[in-house]
Design a protein around this ligand. Structure first.
Ligand code: SF4
Length: 375
């Protein structure tokens, strides 16, 4: 039981952050590839309720700090029930987790907190920062079209209040792909948003979705995404491969044959082309388990060669080894190619015998379903 309202998702990079929910669900909620808020209505949480939650967390945080003067974090975690009411235990654990990681980052939920009244947002972020002077970073999700509507002056005020970073699901820089999946944002918005955020001193993190153009639009998807990335100049480019299953609208297009999913190799090749074409200083991260190769991480341009080598190592494997690796990876037996190559006997090897006879299309659909199990 928690006295704090928490939304359903956060970026993988915010796993150590304190979550503060500013709005519920997504104001757009029409993207065909997105399963998260379907069927849920968007609403803004009342400012007073959010400020009350911040006060409540602050009170617990100070009680914890007092208790930690005489005991270790571990000892306190074993005795929480002795010091806190039952109704607060979950929130105490959340704050202990925050203190344990000692990073003091905060993530604002849900899909587009920047959608709320700008003055209110500035007030809430400022209140949060002054309530917890320990905070080192405040991050939020924000749609490109929402950010683009902010004036530079308003973004500077947000930065001064304490906002450090914005994550945007770019997904694709191709307007044709964005229209196909009803993203409701134009690529130009992302470039405008990127330039304004940079000038305001707020970090920008863009998510690219390999596979979102399907086989037909793959080349355009990558080439036009490169144009957007190289012009928006995000501080981070994060990879989140397309995953689909029953209930996600885009899956209906897969079933009726109008959207052709790609093989795992084609998805990795899209990532390879993306890395080859990025010509700005940025950080590329593969931090989502939907990505086949989780080890593709580094700074560009200095780590470009080493990242491309890892990709080529996968693409140049003999077909049988490559397929066995994909199977082991998609069954979560391994997370990295080197790990797979250093050990030969995997439980999934027996499945190789079953799937080597499948057609390419059947395999592509099988791997789509395996990687999408946890959506
Ligand atoms: S804007 Fe984001 S959260 Fe909203 S539907 Fe699209 S992908 Fe999902």
């Amino acid at each position: 039981m928690s006295n704090v309202e928490i939304g359903p998702i956060r970026p993988p990079s915010e796993s150590r952050s304190l979550l503060i929910r500013l709005s519920r669900n997504c104001p757009w909620n029409r993207c065909l590839f997105c399963p998260v808020y379907k069927g849920e209505n968007f609403s803004l949480r009342k400012k007073e309720d959010i400020l009350r939650e911040i006060d409540y967390l602050k009170e617990i945080f100070h009680s914890i700090k007092e208790l930690l003067k005489k005991r270790s974090l571990y000892e306190l975690s074993q005795e929480i029930e002795s010091y806190f009411e039952f109704s607060r235990i979950e929130d105490v654990r959340r704050l202990l987790h925050w203190i344990y990681h000692n990073e003091f980052t905060v993530f604002l939920q849900d899909a587009d907190p920047l959608f709320r009244k700008k003055e209110e947002l500035i007030e809430i972020i400022g209140y949060l920062k002054s309530s917890f002077p320990e905070i080192k970073r405040i991050t939020t999700y924000g749609r490109g079209s929402t950010i683009a509507k902010y004036s530079l002056d308003e973004l500077i005020k947000l930065k001064e209040a304490g906002l450090n970073r914005v994550h945007t699901g770019l997904e694709s820089g191709s307007d044709e792909v964005l229209d196909l999946v009803c993203k409701g944002v134009k690529s130009e918005d992302i470039i405008i948003a990127g330039k304004k955020l940079k000038t305001a001193g707020i970090e920008y993190s863009l998510y690219f979705m390999p596979g979102l153009g399907g086989r037909r639009l793959s080349k355009k998807h990558v080439a036009e995404t490169l144009y957007v990335i190289n012009n928006a100049e995000p501080d981070f480019v994060r990879l989140r491969t397309l995953g689909l299953n029953e209930g996600i609208p885009l899956f209906e297009l897969v079933k009726d044959g109008s959207f052709e999913v790609q093989s795992e190799e084609e998805l990795v090749s899209e990532i390879k082309s993306l890395i080859e074409g990025i010509n700005i200083n940025t950080c590329l991260t593969s931090d989502h388990s939907l990505n086949l190769l989780m080890e593709i991480n580094g700074r560009l341009p200095q780590d470009k060669e080493s990242m491309l080598k890892k990709i080529d190592k996968f693409l140049n494997l003999p077909a049988e080894t490559r397929l066995k690796f994909i199977l082991a990876r998609r069954h979560y037996e391994v997370f990295e190619l080197n790990e797979f190559l250093s050990f030969k006997n995997y439980k999934t090897d027996f499945e190789y015998e079953k799937i080597k006879c499948l057609s390419e299309q059947e395999r592509d659909l099988l791997f789509l379903s395996l990687r999408s199990q946890n959506l």
